[in-house]
Design a protein around this ligand. Structure first.
Ligand code: MN
Length: 191
């Protein structure tokens, strides 16, 4: 199957000033598109040719894994953002309080985890099969699904995610993106 760039659930300029239209143009329009294009080229004639992206992430290695995982991760990231402020649903709030003490403590820990990833990667909020929430850091394209965890939320900390708007200020980018998180969508991903 030919994979295509998923549509954004908002206009390219809708997340400004937290994320500018130029950042979306490059991050979504160029970086994300390139992962999709690379994946389509690499899977042609391979055992992965007819698989959904999630299945490729779980089964492939090397460059095919890298491009499939980056495609999955970016779709998940962009779909989790919204220009409309959302309240955190009660069940999600309860699970966050159980794991981290409070929503405020979770925010501090999540931003710290995302800020301290060395080099390129992703910070995640995940749920285990036992329904426990945890923060996970991954490098490069890696995705916690391959460790048996269910991703609920992610923050992209590759420099291309923030360099146009924030230059080297990764923590400032994370603080701004926090206010764009669609908590209804995060909550719907709970087990
Ligand atoms: Mn990215």
């Amino acid at each position: 199957m030919i994979h295509t760039l998923p549509e954004l659930p908002y206009a390219p300029e809708a997340l400004a000033p937290a994320l500018s239209a130029e950042t979306i143009e490059f991050h979504y329009g160029k970086h994300f598109q390139t992962y999709i294009d690379n994946l389509n080229r690499m899977i042609e004639g391979s055992p992965y040719e007819d698989m959904e992206i999630e299945e490729i992430v779980m089964k492939a290695g090397g460059a095919i894994f890298n491009n499939a995982a980056q495609a999955w991760n970016h779709d998940f990231y962009f779909q989790t953002l919204t220009p409309v402020r959302t309240a955190m649903p009660d069940l999600l709030k309860e699970k966050i309080e159980k794991a981290f003490g409070s929503v405020s403590d979770f925010k501090t820990e999540f931003i710290k985890a995302a800020s301290t990833i060395f080099g390129s990667g992703w910070a995640w909020l995940c749920e285990s099969k036992e329904e426990t929430l945890s923060i996970v850091q991954t490098q490069n394209a890696d995705n916690p699904m391959t460790q048996g965890l269910k991703p609920l939320l992610t923050a992209d900390v590759w420099e291309h995610a923030y360099y146009i708007d924030y230059r080297n200020r990764r923590a400032a980018y994370l603080e701004a993106v926090w206010d764009l998180i669609d908590w209804e969508k995060v909550s719907k991903r709970l087990i």
